[in-house]
Design a protein around this ligand. Sequence first.
Ligand code: HEC
Length: 105
Amino acid sequence: MGAMTKALALAAATVAMAASRAAAGDGFDVERLVRQDCGACHGMTLKGGLGPAITPEAVARYDDETLATIILDGVPGTPMPPWRPLLAPGQVEPIVRFLRTGDAE
Ligand code: HEC
């Protein structure tokens, strides 16, 4: 199984997990989403894994709008998936804030 296939399988599993949580009516826990779902590729500490580091220092070069677009639309041609189908309106801003500060508050 190539790295790309693995990453896509991982993305599909991640998506299924996130969807089942949403169906269970869980509250939106931005820290859990970022650490578990994003952390699957970017590392639990967000310092990089399959994907690059997304620590506050690493994302400082993007403005909020660019970060939101990357998260919502993914990075085409790479394993970074689009999150738009999984996020309710208003959920991308807390993710951007979390990445900026490394803090859910
Ligand atoms: C299936 C693996 C995977 C998952 C899950 C994933 N990413 Fe990514 N992400 C990547 C890869 C790979 C890249 C690098 C894309 C490229 O080559 O430009 C990336 C790039 C990024 C970038 C741009 C980083 C940069 O320096 O250009 C951001 C920001 C980002 N991801 C945020 C997130 C967030 C937030 C989540 C969770 C909502 C997430 N990612 C989930 C694989 C993933």
